[in-house]
Design a protein around this ligand. Structure first.
Ligand SMILES: [Zn+2]
Ligand SMILES: [Zn+2]
Length: 217
């Protein structure tokens, strides 16, 4: 069992907010896969440290100090993923968990080195962007969830949900990865999509299709 650190909590709050979720302790228990009492204890500590504010309706909000640490951890996560992929050639579907561990060990000096070495790139190997995080922002750029694609349309995979290793393994096996071009043949009555990637045709369930952002080609 890995310990869920203060940084993980702050990051989860920032990420859940960015995805448009109302952050209450149940949200965090779900996101971090920890028990409700563990979340309650952690929030108490974070509040004492001035990292979060808890409203009377139970909603958790980051203070500016809490947000700063969350953003820094998210940035380091992004850099570590790029380092593992671009420097060490680790497969894109394996790097997220590794980055979850390593992000906490990155010092300010090492962060600077990583930025120098890797250069600016707003997107991680899963296609997720540092600046375009909310569904509303994505839609403004013309992105949509693959589950909403119409039969007869063509699209390019922009990004995939990266916090579920089994899902990433599945996507990799099906050829669904950032940059892949898909032809959606039909949107079926049972909620599945019939898609083709190159010469391969497959049926994709809604649970998976909802985890992919796409754009028209
Ligand atoms: Zn990641
Ligand atoms: Zn990523």
């Amino acid at each position: 069992m890995i310990t869920v650190s203060k940084e993980d909590y702050l990051k989860a709050i920032a990420e859940a907010e960015a995805e448009g979720e109302t952050v209450i302790s149940a949200t965090l228990a779900h996101w971090l896969a920890v028990t409700r009492p563990a979340v309650t204890a952690a929030l108490k500590r974070l509040k004492k440290d001035g990292m979060v504010a808890i409203r009377s309706d139970g909603r958790v909000q980051l203070t500016s100090q809490g947000r700063q640490i969350a953003e820094q951890t998210i940035f380091r996560h992004h850099l570590v993923e790029r380092m593992l992929s671009e420097i060490f050639g680790m497969p894109w579907y394996e790097i997220h968990e590794e980055a979850e561990r390593l992000e906490h060990a990155v010092s300010r000096a090492f962060e600077k080195k990583l930025v120098e070495k890797l250069g600016d790139n707003d997107t991680c190997p899963h296609g997720n962007s540092l600046t375009l995080r909310s569904p509303a922002d994505r839609r403004k750029k013309g992105q949509y969830l693959l589950s909403e694609a119409e039969g007869g349309s063509q699209c390019r995979v922009v990004s995939v949900y990266e916090r579920d290793r089994k899902l990433l393994d599945f996507f990799e096996a099906e050829g669904i990865r950032p940059g892949a071009r898909l032809a959606v043949q039909s949107s079926n009555y049972d909620g599945t999509l019939s898609i083709s990637i190159g010469k391969r045709t497959t049926r994709l369930g809604a649970a998976a299709a909802e985890k992919v952002w796409a754009e028209k080609t």
